[in-house]
Design a protein around this ligand. Structure first.
Ligand code: FES
Length: 96
């Protein structure tokens, strides 16, 4: 189960492997800021609350865009996050 919290509330949706969180949010009409979908604008900044082990590795784009301290606190980019394994995943949209 994938739980997404944005400014419009909390939504539970089915996780789809190898699909980005921004794409999943769009598919379900969940507001999740984005502009570039290439790891540059950070409008999709997301905090991983639960289920990091079910997600892909942090991408090079995220390493370039986010500070190491942010990444250590669980911040990633929604356009870079993909679900890779089943499990409970909880993400919060956390733009700057
Ligand atoms: S949409 Fe621009 S960094 Fe994710």
């Amino acid at each position: 189960m994938l739980t997404l919290t944005s400014r419009k509330g909390t939504f539970q949706i089915e996780a789809v492997r190898d699909t980005t969180i921004v794409t999943l949010a769009k598919t379900h009409n969940i507001p999740w800021g984005y502009a570039c979908e290439r790891g540059i604008c950070a409008q999709c900044r997301t905090r991983v609350v639960e289920g990091a082990e079910c997600l892909n590795e942090v991408t090079e784009a995220e390493k370039l865009r986010l500070r190491k301290a942010e990444r250590a606190e669980g911040y990633r980019l929604g356009c870079q996050i993909q679900v890779t394994a089943p499990g409970n995943i909880t993400l919060v949209h956390s733009p700057y």
